[in-house]
Design a protein around this ligand. Structure first.
Ligand SMILES: [Cu+2]
Length: 686
């Protein structure tokens, strides 16, 4: 690992314009981007945003990016949060592909398909994401560049091996990649394996269902003669028994294969790039194998299948970027009881979710006032096949819900738009002003439309509430502004941003009061107050700051400050699962082959919680982590680190609430983070 600094840096465009290239060929300079490059041997900058090979979940890298955070439903099940929005509100482009989760509770959220050895960089668009960054970017956009073959490099063979071990929960990672190229052809391959047992909190209490086991492999084969490029890639991911204690079930397995063909044609006048992708994912989850469930008739096993096609064509023509892209996914999920062969719920049957889209973006970026203007139109359509339940025979309320769903028209079609303007004004050598405004729309997800029996299959909300959907949901419309300033002098840099957005028709659960069948069935499932996905209005605003400052040749400091507040406009309540106010400060040290990083993360208590979602308040806390490494030579580096150095017992607000029986934690208790843990790591590059 590069325990450390190896970790990385990278800052805004302003600090390091050349990193743009790594972000996206098409990212204009007026878009503010924070990029984490994959950890590597030699780090040339002070850590700003960091990625570490030791973290099993790449989503955790987000916690060092201003405005970003992670909703954790399990050790390797992280859902990206940005400025108070999360889940399907945030676009994730992974190697140019949109990954669609097979699990209706996002156990395989898009970032879970990553591992550090396959990632070149992870970037978050700061402020209002440009229209080019994805189809549904209402809450922001994350762009992950994957490592791929480099035919032009003409190198014999290069690669890396990474291994780490954590004594706390017997966690291990073994991964590596290989790269070779010759005569305009290149090949890149990688493999990765991560495993761990259940972890303990600072008071030695075991968190049941916190183990994980994931294996991945992939390859990229590419031809590039400098003008024409074409590549094919394959990514395989297999997750075996892995806990998700904040959800009602654990992962039995997730098996996914992703195929991709892409190409690029470059002339002096334009660049034309294209991509076609296919993904096939099968997923089994249950509530009895990894957690205690004494009631045999309440054992449930869900099998979920998703297949996704996606495509993209982009033309860069002088200052224009024109694009056509889309994704078409199908979802099925059946719930069974292994102890009762008659039991079957068709939870989602033949659900189709299609989003096709066109965009145009214009950038002016060669003067002291630069701007980017973009517009996107999206054609969203969806449909669902007939559902059924073996319970309908005996239960008239289940029958009533089944009949109502099958009789209604489940096909939908919405045309939605995004309009975005971003600008940067360079005032002088020290100051740059950043301002953006946008109108963004998002059509409802399939869970929000097609949950027909009250269930917790909500894309990973993990609030313990049962929900039903509404096929007639309107698209969300957000009116957003972002204003920031960047200051730099003598190596010191600081960039505060304030943001505000008003979201009309924000999709959120509201109480079901007028549907006795829903209330009766929910009651049967143990939830007396079920929720229905509904259009409400909401407001989200806040402030985030990042900064860094050198102390001397060896020491430097960097830090973050994040504040976000989300409220409902219809009633006096707060939005659900919003990150509490937090600060981070890291002290970096580097001398010859030695590197070290000491960091403090402080989170305030969160009192602003959603009553309707039964959200619990959480206490504030501070955590200290340390890591160090020694570069033995140009190839080999060894590292060691301690997380939660002071063995503080704390419960991250975004970590959710325990739903797994048989733990040292009661069901309904906030899940504690890991107690003090020590790890060692080893990196070899050649
Ligand atoms: Cu699942």
């Amino acid at each position: 690992m590069k325990l450390n600094p190896l970790s990385v840096l990278i800052a805004t465009t302003l600090c390091i314009p050349q990193t743009y290239a790594a972000v996206s060929k098409a990212t204009p300079e007026t878009i503010d981007v924070i990029t984490i490059t994959a950890p590597r041997m030699i780090q040339d900058q002070t850590t700003f945003a960091t990625g570490s090979y030791v973290e099993p979940d790449v989503a955790d890298w987000l916690s060092t990016i201003p405005g970003a955070n992670v909703n954790k439903n399990g050790p390797i099940t992280g859902i990206a949060q940005y400025r108070g929005m999360f889940g399907s509100r945030i676009a994730k482009s992974i190697g140019g592909q949109k990954i669609v989760s097979a699990g209706p509770n996002a156990m395989d959220a898009p970032l879970t398909y990553l591992n550090p050895v396959m990632v070149e960089s992870l970037s978050v668009y700061r402020g209002i994401a440009p229209v080019s960054s994805g189809i549904d970017t209402i809450g922001g956009a994350i762009d992950v560049q994957l490592k791929h073959a480099d035919p032009q490099a003409n190198e014999q063979l290069s690669g890396m091996v990474h291994a780490n071990y954590n004594e706390h929960n017997d966690a291990s990672t073994l991964s590596g990649n290989l790269q070779t190229s010759q005569d305009d052809f290149g090949l890149f391959i990688y493999a990765n394996q991560q495993r761990a047992d259940d972890y303990e909190d600072a008071n030695k209490r075991v968190i049941k269902s916190s183990q994980y086991d994931k294996t991945q492999a992939g390859l990229d084969l590419r031809y590039d003669n400098g003008q024409r490029e074409i590549g094919v890639s394959w990514h395989h991911s297999k997750t075996d028994e892995t806990g998700t204690p904040a959800l009602p079930m654990d992962i039995d397995y997730i098996k996914t294969d992703r195929f991709n063909v892409d190409g690029q044609f470059t002339t002096t006048d334009y660049v034309l790039s294209w991509q076609l992708g296919y993904q096939d994912a099968t997923h089994g989850m249950d509530n009895y194998q990894q957690r205690v469930n004494m009631m045999a008739d309440m054992h449930r096993y869900t099998t979920a299948i998703a297949t996704t096609y996606d495509y993209k064509v982009e033309l860069e023509l002088e200052q224009w970027l024109l694009g056509l892209d889309g994704v078409s996914a199908t979802h099925d999920a059946d719930i069974t009881n292994p102890n009762n062969g008659m039991f079957l719920i068709r939870n989602f049957n033949d659900v189709k979710d299609q989003r096709h889209s066109l965009f145009a973006q214009y950038s002016q970026d060669d003067s002291s006032f630069n701007y980017t203007l973009g517009a996107r139109v999206k054609f969203n359509s969806s449909d669902a096949g007939d559902v059924s339940s073996s319970m309908a025979m005996m239960n008239p309320h289940v029958m009533a819900l089944q009949t109502a769903f099958n009789q209604q028209d489940n096909s939908t079609s919405d045309t939605t738009f995004d309009l975005v303007a971003n600008s940067q004004s360079t005032l002088n050598d020290n100051w740059t002003l950043i301002a953006g405004a946008g109108i963004k729309q998002r059509a409802a997800s399939y869970q929000e439309r097609y949950l027909w029996l009250p269930m917790q299959a909500t894309g990973g909300l993990a609030d313990g509430k049962t929900y039903i959907g509404d096929v007639n949901l309107d698209a969300e419309t957000a009116y957003q502004i972002d204003v920031g300033a960047h200051y730099q002098a003598n190596g010191i840099s600081i960039e505060p941003h304030i943001f505000y957005q008003k979201v009309d028709d924000y999709i959120q659960g509201t109480s079901v009061t007028n549907n006795p069948s829903v209330m009766m069935v929910a009651n049967m499932m143990g939830d007396a107050t079920p929720l229905k996905f509904s259009n409400i209005d909401a407001t989200i605003y806040g402030l985030d700051i990042n900064w860094r400052a050198p102390i001397n040749d060896h020491f430097s400091l960097s830090g973050l400050f994040n504040y976000v507040r989300g409220t409902r406009d219809d009633i006096n309540d707060d939005l659900y699962r919003i990150s509490p106010l937090n600060m981070q400060v890291a002290l970096h040290y580097r001398f010859e082959q030695w590197q070290s990083q000491l960091s403090v993360r402080a989170f305030d208590r969160q009192n602003k919680v959603s009553e309707l979602n039964n959200e619990q308040r959480s206490a504030g806390y501070g955590v200290v982590d340390w890591q160090g490494s020694y570069d033995v030579n140009q190839q080999l580096s060894i590292g060691v680190g301690v997380t939660n150095l002071l063995n503080k017992n704390y419960q991250p607000h975004l970590g959710g609430v325990n739903r797994a029986r048989g733990s040292d934690f009661a069901v309904g208790e906030r899940i504690s983070a890991k107690g003090r843990a020590m790890y060692v790591s080893f990196d070899y590059q050649f």
